[in-house]
Design a protein around this ligand. Structure first.
Ligand code: NAP
Ligand code: ZN
Ligand code: ZN
Length: 363
C-alpha cells in the first residue's frame, strides 16, 4: 500500500521512500512530496543512508513522539542535483552530507554560537515540521531538499558508504569528546556499548592517541575490537572482577547504550574529576547514585549531536585521519530485517542502505 502526502509549497517534487505507518515499526514503500528547491537550498539524489538506533526508537514510537507515517534516516550522503541561486558551498555533481537537522532559527544564542543542535526551534531531518507546516521526511528515500547551511561537504578521499554514519554517529561522539576534553593524547576514555556510536568514539580517540577501554555486554565483540579497532582493554559489563580492577582509572566515559542499564559501576570507573557523558537515549530514566559523584567531584552530562560547523570539522578530521564507519551495506528491502538486528545489537557496526542502487524510485 502506498499513499501521497502533499507538501505545502509550489513546485513540490514527487519523492519515494520507505515509511513506518504505526508502532509495529515495519517499513514499506511510500510516495510523498518534497518542497521545491528554494534560493538557499540544494537538492540531493540520496546515495547512501545509515541506520541509526534512533531510527528504530522513532519508527516504533518508543519515545511517544512519532508522527506517522515516518520516513527515518539522518545519516545521508548524496549527489547534488540542483542548487538555489544563493547557494555558495555547492555545485551540481558535488557529494554532500545531511545529518540529524535541516533547520533552526539561525538567530538565538545557540544558533549564533554554532550550536544549532541546541536551538529551541531546531528542525529534525524527519519526524518534524518545516516552518511552513509541511512535514520533514528522512533519508530512506530517493531525494532530499535542504538549506545549504545544514549540509556538509564531503572530502573526495572518503569512501561514501562508511561516511554516511558519521553524519549522526560520528558527530554525536566527536562533539562531547572535544567539548569535555576527552579526545586528547594520553587520556583514558571508556566507551560503553560497541555499536554505531561506540565504534566511532573508539576510532576518534585512537586517532589522537588516547587509551580506550570498551565496556560491553557482548563478549563476542572482543577479538575484533582489540585486533581491528585497536581497543586497549575490553571489559564485560557484568564481570564484577574485571570492573573492580579498573575502578578509578578513567578520565571520561562516553555511554552510548540504547537501553536502560546501571550507571553506578560506570561512575566508579572514573578518576576524581572524571566525566560520564550520556549520549545513548534509553527511554527509562537512569538510577543515578549521588554519593559516588560527590566523593570524587565527578560530572554526569548529556550531549546531542553537534552544530553544523563542528560537523564539518568532524568530517574533515575523519578525512585527514582516514576514519570512516565499519559498515554492512544492505539493499532497501532488507531494512526491516536490519532494524530487527539493530534491536539485538547484531551489527558491526552500522547498517548502511545502498539507496541509489536499490530503492527503485519511480521518479
Ligand atoms: P547501536 O548501534 O544499537 O549501539 C548500542 C550499543 O549499546 C549496542 O551495540 C550494545 O553494545 C549496547 N546495548 C544495547 N542494548 C543494551 C542493553 N540492554 N544493555 C547494555 N548495553 C546494551 O545504537 P547507536 O546507533 O550507536 O545508538 C545508541 C544510542 O544513542 C541510541 O539510544 C540512540 O538513539 C542514541 N543516539 C543519541 C544521539 C544523541 O544526539 N545524543 C545521537 C544518535 C543516537 P554492546 O554489544 O557492546 O554491549
Ligand atoms: Zn542518529
Ligand atoms: Zn536558534
Amino acid at each position: 500500500m502506498s499513499q501521497e502526502i502533499s507538501g505545502a509549497e509550489d513546485q513540490a517534487v514527487k519523492a519515494y521512500g520507505w515509511a513506518a505507518r504505526d508502532s509495529s515499526g515495519v517499513l514499506s514503500p511510500f510516495h510523498f512530496t518534497r518542497r521545491g528547491n528554494g534560493d538557499n537550498d540544494i537538492s540531493m539524489k540520496i546515495l547512501y543512508c545509515g541506520i541509526c538506533h534512533s531510527d528504530l526508537h522513532l519508527a516504533k514510537d518508543e519515545v511517544g513522539m512519532t508522527i506517522y507515517p515516518i520516513v527515518p534516516g539522518h545519516e545521508i550522503v548524496g549527489e547534488v542535483t540542483k542548487v538555489g541561486r544563493n547557494v555558495t558551498k555547492f555545485k551540481v555533481g558535488d557529494i554532500a552530507g545531511v545529518g540529524c537537522m535541516v533547520g533552526s532559527c539561525r538567530s538565538c544564542d545557540n544558533c549564533t554560537q554554532d550550536l544549532e543542535n541546541y536551538c529551541p526551534k531546531m528542525v529534525w531531518t524527519y519526524n518534524k515540521h518545516h516552518e511552513d507546516g509541511s512535514r520533514t521526511f528522512g533519508g530512506y528515500s530517493d531525494k532530499i531538499v535542504v538549506d545549504e547551511h545544514f549540509v556538509v561537504q564531503i572530502p573526495k578521499n572518503l569512501p561514501l558508504q562508511g561516511t554516511a554514519p558519521m553524519l549522526c554517529a560520528g558527530i554525536t561522539v566527536y562533539s562531547p569528546m572535544r567539548y569535555f576534553g576527552l579526545m586528547e593524547p594520553g587520556k583514558h576514555l571508556g566507551v560503553v556499548g560497541l555499536g554505531g556510536l561506540g565504534h566511532m568514539a573508539v576510532k576518534f580517540a585512537k586517532a589522537v592517541g588516547a587509551k580506550v577501554t570498551v565496556i560491553s555486554t557482548s563478549p563476542n565483540k572482543k577479538k575484533e575490537a582489540v585486533e581491528q579497532l585497536g581497543v586497549d582493554e575490553f571489559l564485560i559489563s557484568h564481570d564484577q572482577e574485571q570492573l573492580q580492577a579498573a575502578m578509578g582509572t578513567m578520565d571520561g566515559i562516553i555511554d552510548t547504550v540504547s537501553a536502560a542499564h546501571p550507571l553506578l559501576h560506570l561512575v566508579g570507573l572514573l578518576k576524581t574529576n572524571g566525566k560520564l557523558i550520556l549520549v545513548g537515549a534509553p527511554i527509562q530514566p537512569p538510577e543515578l547514585p549521588v554519593f559516588p559523584l560527590i566523593l570524587g567531584r565527578k560530572l554526569v552530562a548529556g550531549s546531542a549531536i553537534g552544530g553544523m560547523k563542528e560537523t564539518q570539522e568532524m568530517i574533515d578530521f575523519a578525512a585527514k585521519h582516514n576514519i570512516t564507519a565499519d559498515v554492512e551495506v544492505i539493499p532497501m528491502d532488507y531494512v526491516n530485517t536490519a532494524l530487527e538486528r539493530v534491536a539485538k545489537a547484531d551489527v558491526k557496526y552500522r547498517f548502511v542502505i545502498d539507496v541509489a542502487n536499490t530503492i527503485k524510485s519511480p521518479y
